[in-house]
Design a protein around this ligand. Sequence first.
Ligand SMILES: [Zn+2]
Length: 163
Amino acid sequence: MSGSKAAHRGDMAAQLISGHGCFRSYLKRFGHEDADDCPWCGGGRSETAEHVLFSCVKYARERSSLETVLGGRLNADNLVPFMLQGEAKWQAVNSFAAAITTELRREESPRIIEKKYFEKIGGVRRGWRRIKDATIKLRMLRERFATDVSSLNNALEDVFCET
Ligand SMILES: [Zn+2]
């Protein structure tokens, strides 16, 4: 793994822990989601950083593998101490965080990306013709990268950053 890739994975853990990821609780604050309930656990549990890291059933298998590496149950108090116990545990936590982030982005894509996209072109570029062109472009991107979410995210970032 290259240094920049390792740093990127580290960023994922930091992003998850700080709660500035793709959680419904975070998205809801910015009006991208109507509800912040965890779709896997329900029962009024908010999809927060704490929830996905320490208790969400969706990630039970990955969490169990991680806990085998760490040598104990993971919780909010021991996450950072575990990470500081050596490179292997540091990497294991980052891999767990990266897996969660990837899954959250994958879930987010169909629900959020179109809404964000239309908000952007609605505000910046008025006119049916441009909206139609953008819709075709977006549809092509989604088809092209239907099985490759990281490429899709990169491509959409390029679209969003167009001026
Ligand atoms: Zn859950």
